[in-house]
Design a protein around this ligand. Structure first.
Ligand SMILES: Nc1nc(=O)c2c([nH]1)NC[C@@H]1CN(c3ccc(C(=O)N[C@@H](CCC(=O)O)C(=O)O)cc3)C=[N+]21
Length: 279
């Protein structure tokens, strides 16, 4: 048996089409400010994609590039200006930031109403207590992928591998809110397979190749791969040993073409919401 693919490109395209329809009904286009500090090549590519995504759905994007030497104080001042700009509905500061800048302080400076990344403590707190607020785009996209295959997490055992503030922790909270039984595993978990073999849903968000192998997966399980790594040939790959795990799993997300495009689509959904309209 071979797992069915969850096609992130196709689902993201459907979501973008819905966002574009909604944008047309608005009096003014939603505006997303994207701030890039420094010249990390990967960040430049990601930011270019985000700007293109905005244009594709009729949103305004405002790309700000700053040299890596930008001071933290100057960055905070730029964010304050964008907070006060009524044409800017969402603010995204591309991570990672240069080491002399405290990323968490920068994120806390973004007005929670414009925190389309969902990284502000106010957004994290709202998710924790089940109040409305921006959900971080990657875990939000993973939930949409589950929904797209008719997988209701209620009563299922979900195992999240990774405990980052931007993926693992919010992923666990979203699954918990959807009434899954949630286990969070991480680098100090001995015998990861002991937990993943019990999982109906596995979300791998570690940033290391082959963290999840076929012997660690229950037959028929849904496997969501958040990883973004390069293999020895420089090819993009996830955290999951895809070719072998797909022989065991019921559903699996590919890398590329899985969670990545969904992350970008959910950024547009959050920006639409920041502009006062839901999907
Ligand atoms: N403030 C902030 N917000 C972010 O959301 C954020 C960030 N900083 N810093 C970097 C990470 C990374 N990230 C990706 C999103 C989509 C793809 C994506 O679409 N990937 C394609 C492949 C792209 C390729 O070929 O390189 C795919 O998986 O199919 C990748 C990476 C968002 N991030």
């Amino acid at each position: 048996m071979s797992a069915q693919l969850i096609d992130g490109n196709a689902l993201a395209a459907r979501i973008r089409a819905q966002v574009a329809e909604k944008v047309k009904t608005l009096a003014a286009p939603p505006g997303l400010a994207v701030i890039l500090v420094g010249d990390d090549p990967a960040s430049q590519v990601y930011v270019k994609h985000k700007v293109a995504d905005c244009e594709g759905v009729g949103m305004r994007s405002l790309l700000e590039r700053h040299p890596a030497t930008l001071s933290e104080a100057d960055l905070l001042a730029r964010i304050a200006a964008l907070n006060a700009d009524p044409a800017v509905h969402g603010i995204l500061v591309q991570l990672p930031l240069p080491r002399h800048i405290d990323a968490q302080r920068v994120i806390e400076t973004i007005a929670p109403a414009k925190d389309v990344d969902g990284f502000h403590v106010a957004s994290a707190g709202a998710l924790m207590v089940g109040r409305p607020g921006f959900r971080p785009c990657t875990p939000y996209g993973c939930m949409k992928m589950l929904e797209s295959i008719g997988c209701d997490p209620r009563g299922k055992h979900a195992v999240v591998i990774g405990r980052s503030n931007i993926v693992g922790k919010p992923m666990a909270m979203l699954l918990l809110q959807a009434s899954a039984t949630v286990t969070v595993c991480h680098s100090a978990t001995p015998d990861l397979g002991h937990f993943t073999r019990q999982a109906d849903i596995v979300v791998a968000a570690v940033g290391k190749r082959n963290v999840l192998t076929h012997d660690m997966v229950k037959p028929g399980a849904v496997v969501i791969d958040v990883g973004m790594n390069r293999n020895s040939e420089g090819k993009l790959c996830g955290d999951v040993d895809f070719d072998n795990v797909r022989q065991v799993a019921g559903w699996i997300t590919p890398v590329p073409g899985g969670v990545g495009p969904m992350t970008r689509a959910m950024l547009l959904v959050n920006t639409l919401e920041a502009a006062g309209s839901g999907l």
